[in-house]
Design a protein around this ligand. Structure first.
Ligand code: HEC
Ligand code: HEC
Ligand code: HEC
Ligand code: HEC
Ligand code: HEC
Ligand code: HEC
Length: 302
């Protein structure tokens, strides 16, 4: 026992001696590494964090590529962005700057460019309601509101006007009740939406999805940051104040029947809870706000 302790002590001191001399040699042969960046380059809470440097340079990453190489794999800097940005597109992956940094398939806000996650912030707004937590219809494609860039360096992606560009897609412009359509009435004509986005107020107007169709609420203006939908059926068609979704009827200058029993004619879309008064449930989200009029079990494509 005594001897084995002595033996191990001896081995240990030999190891220590060898490593100390290794260390000394290192100190002598290599000069301290020069850093081109101020301290904090990898600390997200530092003003010198590399994300902030990029943001402050109008999101230009070409300057970084000069040293870290065009492919971001190290270059003369000898430090690869892929050490941390591990997905195939590296730092140019969409979720580096938008959506969830930890989930490459989650590329829309929340998390806006300024870090905001609240829906009351313009860069966040109603994205989730249109993309994942939809209550009234199915998920809306990004292309209904933006032209999705074809990669980070697509010239259409980043410009010097702050904020995102809104470019409306085909569903928002859908013209219902066209000549030849099932319910077309020449005396009413058809409704051709001309969607617009008010950059100052953050509101949308004249979109098909929010009421720009025959007997709908043509003058409905919706806010991206403060709209409460889901409980209010009357916002896009019907009565905004009471929430009654009945579109404009004959009696009021429209062409819709004056009949509250939606489930009688739109039975594949909606059900009414008859024990309580007028509680409507969308029973098939694929058939509501889908660009088609669903009536008497038929889907009418305009
Ligand atoms: C002039 C050359 C040069 C430029 C330009 C440059 N870097 Fe670096 N970078 C380096 C060098 C050298 C290192 C390694 C030494 C150090 O940490 O400074 C480094 C390290 C880093 C690190 C730390 C890597 C790690 O694993 O710890 C990050 C992050 C980084 N750079 C990001 C950037 C970003 C983002 C840009 C563009 C805004 C950029 N760099 C521009 C030379 C450069
Ligand atoms: C040591 C790990 C590490 C390295 C190396 C690294 N990054 Fe990052 N980077 C991060 C982390 C972590 C975040 C997210 C921080 C946060 O939002 O909390 C980030 C965020 C970013 C952002 C988003 C900025 C924003 O505000 O949305 C960009 C752009 C970026 N990095 C580019 C680069 C580039 C270019 C390189 C290589 C030159 C690089 N990164 C190297 C860890 C790293
Ligand atoms: C390094 C950060 C960064 C990365 C990576 C990035 N973006 Fe962006 N993105 C921005 C900035 C900054 C804006 C605001 C553009 C402006 O002000 O014109 C923006 C705006 C957008 C918009 C709003 C519409 C527009 O053009 O203004 C969409 C949509 C978008 N990005 C999608 C993507 C997609 C898809 C990817 C991946 C292919 C991606 N982004 C990668 C920084 C980034
Ligand atoms: C219903 C319309 C709509 C849909 C669908 C939509 N967006 Fe947006 N998006 C907006 C509006 C409105 C803004 C805010 C514009 C502004 O800043 O004035 C915005 C802003 C953005 C921004 C910039 C956020 C910031 O930080 O400023 C990005 C990035 C973006 N959207 C990406 C996406 C992506 C990716 C999708 C699909 C996965 C998507 N959006 C779907 C309407 C939409
Ligand atoms: C975001 C706007 C919006 C809201 C809110 C809304 N709808 Fe609709 N609704 C539409 C659109 C768009 C159509 C299709 C109109 C067309 O193509 O002529 C539609 C059509 C309908 C139809 C006709 C059948 C069909 O789908 O073609 C019924 C019934 C209906 N909605 C019931 C409801 C009920 C019940 C609620 C509340 C739970 C509601 N709607 C809330 C936009 C809305
Ligand atoms: C008696 C059958 C009937 C009942 C009941 C009925 N609808 Fe309709 N609905 C129709 C017909 C027919 C159309 C096509 C009307 C047209 O284009 O002139 C229509 C169209 C619609 C549209 C598309 C806009 C339009 O008028 O073309 C919406 C939205 C709608 N109905 C909602 C409702 C809601 C909500 C209820 C219940 C409150 C309801 N409907 C009850 C027959 C009915």
């Amino acid at each position: 026992m005594k001897y084995s302790i002595l033996f191990f002590t001896l081995i240990l001191s030999t190891i220590l001696f060898i490593s100390c001399s290794d260390l000394k040699e290192d100190v002598i042969t290599s000069a301290p590494k020069l850093s081109v960046h101020e301290s904090g380059i990898v600390n997200p809470s530092s003003p010198n964090f590399h994300g902030n440097l990029i943001k402050n340079a109008d999101w230009d990453m070409k300057q970084c590529q000069q040293c870290h190489s065009a492919s971001y794999t190290g270059g003369t800097a000898g430090a690869s962005c892929y050490d941390c940005h591990t997905t195939p597109a590296g730092p140019e992956a969409c979720n580096t700057c938008h959506g969830d940094f930890a989930n490459p398939s989650s590329i829309a806000p929340p998390r806006a460019l300024n870090g905001a996650i609240l829906s009351s912030e313009r860069g966040v707004g109603a994205h989730t309601k249109h993309l994942t937590t939809n209550q009234l219809g199915t998920a809306v494609s990004c292309n209904e509101c933006h032209t999705l860039p074809n990669g980070f360096s697509d010239p259409a992606h980043i410009d010097l006007t702050p904020g995102a560009e809104i470019m409306f897609g085909s569903l928002t412009r859908l013209s219902t009740n066209v000549p030849g359509g099932f319910n077309y009435q020449p005396s009413i004509g058809n409704f051709i939406p001309n969607p617009s986005f008010d950059k100052t107020n953050g509101t949308c107007a004249n979109v098909y999805c929010h009421g720009y169709f025959k007997n709908g609420n043509l003058s409905n203006v919706v806010s991206f940051t403060s709209q409460s939908l889901g409980s209010v059926c009357g916002t896009c068609h019907g009565n905004v104040a009471t929430g009654n979704p009945l579109p404009v009827t004959f009696a009021n200058g429209g062409t819709h029947p004056d009949n509250q029993n939606c489930d009688f004619c739109h039975f594949d879309v909606v059900s009414i809870d008859s024990t309580t008064t007028q509680i409507y449930t969308i029973i098939d989200k694929n058939k509501h706000i889908n660009g088609k009029l669903n009536v008497f079990g038929n889907e009418e494509t305009y």
